[in-house]
Design a protein around this ligand. Structure first.
Ligand code: 3PY
Ligand code: MG
Length: 250
């Protein structure tokens, strides 16, 4: 069995923070432009900072339209996490914008991922498009009732590399907000996981605490995205402060 990868969301910003994260052994980071405050130029800097420490940079985008998708890919996002998907058509549009032919119709421009066309693999158009399609993961989120209802169809679409479960929004949609042990949420999560497995697609899920992260790992997810940098930072300092004033610890 392959190793479950471990990632986190990035909301705080700052090249220094990204460089710190890249030295922790974490597998990937998701720069969050859905909830985080980042412009494209900032995301480009953050991607460079992540890559300087061999940390795989994904971006969560808030919009599936062509200009938004292209900009993130051309500045070097290695995967797109896409929230709030409700229809199969939305996923088809996303794939069309994010993948080159024969899978989609991504717009062509030599960009920094290929040293603006200077890299050997980018010189031949077919090898360039094939390699870009392989490098970039397209990962719609399943966090709405409608996406759940169509998850088998979504997971089967060519060009969809994986599904990312957002259990916070999904549980809210199901009327059981943030009840991560509720049997309805668990059976929904299992259904999505099965759709991924049946179609040979990667399965990702978010966890807000280590108990849930280990629960999802045991269930067999390919990847668990643990919390966000800001929450880890706040909790770490709170724990230290508590230990210092409480007089416990070493
Ligand atoms: C969710 O749980 O809704 C997510 O989108 C994870 O950040
Ligand atoms: Mg969500």
């Amino acid at each position: 069995m392959s190793r479950t990868t471990f990632g986190t969301f990035f909301e705080l910003g700052g090249r220094g923070a990204m460089e710190c994260l890249s030295r922790t052994g974490i597998d990937y980071v998701i720069i969050d432009t859905e909830h985080g405050p980042f412009s494209e130029e900032t995301v480009a800097d953050l991607i460079l900072a992540a890559e300087s420490g061999n940390l795989l940079p994904y971006v969560r985008i808030g919009d599936i339209r062509r200009p938004y998708v292209l900009r993130m890919l051309d500045i070097g996002a290695r995967g797109l996490i896409v929230p709030n998907i409700r229809t199969v058509e939305q996923v088809k549009e996303l794939v069309a914008n994010a993948k080159f032919p024969p899978v989609g119709n991504r717009g062509y421009c030599p960009s920094r991922t290929s040293a603006w066309g200077a890299d050997e693999w980018a010189k031949d158009a077919f090898s360039y498009m094939e390699e870009c399609n392989r490098r970039v993961r397209v990962i719609p989120q399943c966090e709405t009732k409608e996406a759940l209802e169509h998850i088998e169809e979504i997971a089967a679409l060519p060009g969809v590399d994986g599904i990312f479960i957002g259990p916070c929004d999904l549980s809210i949609e199901l009327g059981i907000p943030l009840q991560f042990d509720n049997p309805l949420l668990i059976s929904s999560v299992e259904r999505i996981l099965k759709a991924c497995r049946d179609n040979g697609k990667e399965s990702y899920i978010f966890a807000g605490n280590m108990g849930d992260a280990l629960k999802w790992k045991k269930l067999g997810f390919d990847s668990v995205t643990y919390s966000l940098d800001a929450a880890v930072f706040v909790n770490a300092y709170k724990e230290l402060t508590g230990r210092f004033h409480g007089g416990g610890g070493e």
